[in-house]
Structures are given as C-alpha cells and as structure tokens.
Design a protein around this ligand. Structure first.
Ligand code: ATP
Ligand code: MG
Length: 278
C-alpha cells in the first residue's frame, strides 16, 4: 500500500501521469484472488458465435480510448497481462469466476481497466471472458469499444430481446460483450433483482472456462455496488493516483467484505513506463 499512500499524499491534484498501469503499480494489486476449473479444449471450441453478432473493432478508436490489451506492440498491454495473471491465479485459488470492478469515486479508469483485463484474459487459450456493463448510471463499455448497440442490456431487462440477441463478439476469440446503451433508472434496485442474479448465474455457468468481468459505478456514489455484491464473487478496486483521498479508499475497502476483496490497482500514476523488460 506504500505506493498508494504516496499517491494519496498528492491530494486531489489531477494526474498528468503515465498512460496506464506500470509494473510498479502492480506491486499493489491484489491481496486475494480466485479460481476456475480446468476447462477442456472441447469446451473452448464450443464457445461458438453462431448466434452471437460479430463486430470488428477499429484500432484507432480503441487507442483513443486506451484499449491496448490486444496490441502487443503497446508497452501498456504487458501491464494488463501482468494484472490478468495475478487476478487469474487468485481467482483459481478461490474458485471465483465473477469479478466486478469499482473505484471510490468517478473517473478512476474502471471501464478502461475492465476492457483491457477482459481482452487480456481472452488471449489465454484456456480461458474465455465476458465483459458486462453493469454501470447502469454511466454505461460506457459499448462506446469505448465502438460497438453498435441496436440491442443491449436495456432490451434484455425490459423484455424486448433475448440474451443471444444482445451479446456481441468483438471479433476477438473467446471474448463476448454485454453492453448497456442508455442509463437506467432505479439502477441499484435492478442490480439487486432476481433478474440480474439469474443473468449472472447464466453467464457464469454456461462455460466453465469463462470469467465474467463486470464494470460498475463508483462504490461511494450510490448503493449499486453493495446491491450487486451478493451476486458476484469478488471486487477489484481501481484507485487513480492523486484522485482519491485516503479516507475515500478506506471507506471503500470497508464496504467490500474481506472475503470478496480481490485487491487494489493503482491507475494513472506518475511513474516511468516499466524499464526492466527487455
Ligand atoms: N492510466 C490512465 N492514464 C491516463 N488516463 C486514463 C488512464 N486510465 C483511464 N484514463 C482516462 O480517464 C478517463 C476515465 O476513464 P474511465 O471511463 O475508464 O473511468 P471510470 O472510472 O470508468 O469513470 P466513471 O466513474 O465515469 O465510470 C477516460 O478519459 C480515460 O481515457
Ligand atoms: Mg466507467
């Protein structure tokens, strides 16, 4: 936590730091993690997209939104791979399959981390990932990825579409996205509903190889994260360098049950890109 402490000491000053997660930052990632069963090749081959709409992503649009995990030439993608490996080790150990991403307050980089982490997980040939936008207040997954959302979670929840109609494969093997197009009223009531718990169960159980990555609003702005906690395995807290106060981080950690706390990742830190890889 020392690095986070340093970051906190900078107060609320906006960060002008590096463009992502550095190697050093990962020292602070994660104190607890989780598990998945060993999935067979057969199952992974069956993660078929016969029904799922395939949408090709635009490299420029991704870069503009800091989505770098698919670009092995980008130094930041290595950092997301490191985060992925730490997260997956812990998830395997604890038999966790659903990971939600939050932060104390807004703009810490949750959505950017969620997308890059899911992409990095999908790059492992024995895993698959589904990225779900449960930030029903400020849904951004779809626009960051640049995917059209004729049918989205909004339609699934209001009964005007079925699950296969709203899933999108962004032309990346073993990755599926469930985006939300427009903000929803009564978001915390929705997240605590039976509909949502059944949906998570369905997404999680369909493939044993599958890791469910869930983008959420900040934990201190409303009760949405708390409402979802009973339906998920674990929570990763994204803290932006210089943005959150010590008190806000402590309050956030206190709200997450210890047995569901994956750990903390420091984002937007003012550090040099990692230099010990060669
Ligand atoms: N490591 C980083 N360095 C610099 N800017 C970043 C970094 N990560 C994210 N950003 C930028 O910060 C802004 C907020 O990122 P993002 O939308 O992912 O945050 P968020 O926590 O999901 O916000 P919200 O609370 O609104 O959902 C975006 O403009 C994003 O490009
Ligand atoms: Mg967000």
């Amino acid at each position: 936590m020392e690095r986070i402490k340093q970051a906190l000491d900078k107060g609320k000053k906006p960060s002008t730091g590096s463009n992502g997660l550095s190697a050093q930052q990962h020292k602070y990632i994660l104190s607890n993690f989780a598990h998945t069963e060993n999935d067979t090749q057969h199952e992974l081959e069956n993660v078929s997209y016969t029904q799922t709409r395939i949408v090709k992503l635009q490299t420029e649009h991704l870069e503009k939104n800091r989505i770098v995990a698919c670009n092995k030439n980008d130094v930041m993608s290595m950092n997301f791979d490191l985060l992925r490996t730490l997260v997956l080790q812990k998830m395997e150990e604890k038999n966790w399959r659903t990971l939600a991403i939050t932060s104390p307050t807004a703009e810490a980089g949750k959505t950017v981390v969620a997308i890059n982490l899911a992409m990095s997980i999908a790059q492992q040939s024995d895993r698959s990932a589904i990225l779900v936008d449960f930030d029903l207040r400020r849904p951004k997954l779809g626009s960051y990825l640049g995917i059209p959302m004729e049918k989205s979670l909004n339609n699934l929840l209001d009964g005007t579409a079925l699950l296969p109609d709203v899933l999108i494969n962004p032309d990346i093997p073993r990755l599926v996205v469930l985006a939300t197009k427009t903000p929803m009223k009564k978001s915390s009531e929705t997240l605590s509903s039976r509909k949502i718990s059944d949906l998570i169960k369905d997404l999680r159980e369909r493939y044993k190889s599958r890791i469910v990555i869930i983008d959420l609003p900040p934990i201190l702005v409303a009760d949405d994260v708390i409402a979802l906690l009973p339906h998920i395995d674990c929570v990763l807290l994204v803290v932006a360098d210089g943005l959150s106060t010590k008190q806000e981080i402590e309050d956030s950690v206190r709200l997450i049950p210890a047995e569901q706390f994956m750990g903390t990742v420091l984002n937007k830190a003012e550090v040099e890109p990692m230099d010990y890889y060669y």
